[in-house]
Design a protein around this ligand. Structure first.
Ligand code: ADP
Ligand code: MG
Length: 433
């Protein structure tokens, strides 16, 4: 594996080549002078039309019903297209996926005479579900461009059949992977394919890290893989880093993997992370009361779809079994399910057939199901950052959401920490919710 020093050496190389990235910049002729500027000095593009995007890309955007850009889209799409490394922290549900996807599609397909050989953009995210979701957004937005994308979450992703058909499917997948301009995948799988020389980064124009603070977290398993990936990336590749939360530690690591001397930063101050669209409540209780309280809530509080978070797989399995026995419309997703089971459960929930999902922190980040308007923290999250990610599964794109926290005596300290960290005061749940 590479050392940090290797990466720093590479970065120095990149700084030298910075001139070349300026060339890409000039290709985008945006007349920004009449447009308003944000406090951080970035031009705000009030419509997608004003971003000088490819016509077929615009068609894709409008065809999925996006009428105007969200704030992060209005500020960040054009700078990403300019080719500079960029770090974006914006709260959940504000459209970060489309931000990088629109910019990426413009860079890859928006201009004529581009050399289109080999993998050109790589999107890395922490879970399969998220990689699949991002791949879907790429496909939807790129519907009118000839996008060649591939989702890398395990080559035998949807396979269910005899040996011959599995082998056929793998062969087909490998061909698609070899042909792909864009790959959306999880770190482990990407490293795996790198080692088998099934992908290479020779022509990679940009790498995007979604949920970057999770990918770069010291305590989780991804960081080593991310370094392995960066070690193979050449100095010209543009780095785009996104998350709803960024700790100072993550910013330090970002400095190492980005061209820090010439980068753009779009950060949200912690106190500006608005939790307004998600109404949060707490219920003080004992561990042994949780099950009955949950039943009461599910029977009385109205919701379209609800996510219930617990802190471990064992609890996830038993709570699911209980709710299922009680005839609730429930599915469950956790890390001990097979890929196929995970996919099936996810589809059942995403298409609305099932209304309740019991899950763990693997579902805390990034997943976008617009019908979710209630999140229940059956267990309070151990990781404070994940509090905002979990409740952010509701309240997507300005919709209203509710979050209910179960708080035992032992949790009081953790709750106080959360309240202090987010500068909020979580009231007791009213009886008429
Ligand atoms: P984030 O990554 O910031 O948490 P997502 O990229 O998952 O947010 O987007 C949240 C939701 O907002 C998605 O359902 C997406 O389709 C929707 N969305 C994104 N941009 C727009 C837009 N410009 N207009 C309408 N809906 C949008
Ligand atoms: Mg996201």
């Amino acid at each position: 594996m590479s050392s940090t020093q290797d990466i720093i050496a590479r970065l120095k190389q990149r700084a030298l080549k910075d001139k070349e990235s300026t060339e890409t910049k000039d290709e985008v002729k945006v007349s920004a002078k009449d447009l308003p500027k944000s406090k951080d000095g970035l031009t705000i593009y009030p419509s997608f039309n004003k971003m000088n995007l490819n016509k077929d890309l615009l068609r894709g955007i409008y065809s999925i019903g996006y009428e105007k850009p969200s704030l992060v889209q209005s500020k960040a799409i054009v700078p990403i297209i300019s080719g500079k490394d960029i770090i974006i922290q914006q709260q959940s549900g504000t459209g970060k996926t489309a931000t990088f996807t629109i910019a990426m599609l413009q860079v890859l397909y928006g201009l004529k005479n581009k050399n289109k050989n080999g993998l050109q953009a790589l999107v890395v995210s922490p879970t399969r579900e998220l990689a699949i979701q991002i791949n879907g957004v790429i496909e939807n937005l790129g519907n009118y461009l000839k996008v060649k994308n591939f989702c890398l979450t395990g080559l035998t992703n949807n396979v269910n059949g005899d040996k011959v058909s599995i082998e056929k499917k793998i062969k087909l997948d490998l061909k698609k992977l070899a042909d792909a301009d864009i790959v959306s995948g999880t770190p482990g799988k990407i490293v795996d394919c790198l080692k088998r020389s099934q992908i290479d980064f020779e022509n990679l124009k940009m790498i995007i890290l979604d949920e970057a603070d999770e990918l770069l977290d010291e305590n989780l398993g991804f960081k080593k893989q991310i370094y392995e990936i960066f070690n193979k990336i050449n100095s010209k590749t543009q780095v785009v880093i996104l998350s709803a939360t960024m700790s100072s530690n993550i910013l330090e690591i970002s400095k190492k993997i980005m061209n820090w001397d010439n980068h753009i930063k779009i950060l949200t101050k912690k106190k500006e992370i608005s939790l307004d669209v998600i109404k949060q409540y707490k219920i003080d209780l004992k561990e042994s009361w949780k099950v009955n309280t949950l039943q009461d809530i599910l029977n009385t509080v109205s919701y379209q779809q609800v996510v219930i978070f617990v802190n471990n797989v064992k609890k996830c399995t038993s709570l699911y079994a209980f709710l299922n026995k009680q005839k609730f419309s429930v599915v469950s997703i956790h890390s001990k399910l097979s890929q196929l089971e995970r996919l099936e459960q996810m589809n059942k929930f995403r298409n609305g057939t099932y209304k309740i999902l019991v899950t763990t922190d693997i579902w805390a980040r990034g997943i976008d199901v617009q019908q979710i308007n209630l999140v229940i923290n059956y267990d309070l999250p151990i990781n404070i950052e994940n509090y905002i990610h979990r409740i952010g599964r509701s309240g997507r794109f300005g919709r209203l959401g509710k979050a209910i926290n179960f708080v035992t005596d032992e949790d009081q300290k953790q709750l106080a920490k959360i309240e202090k960290y987010y500068k909020i005061d979580i009231p007791d749940m009213p009886s008429d919710l």
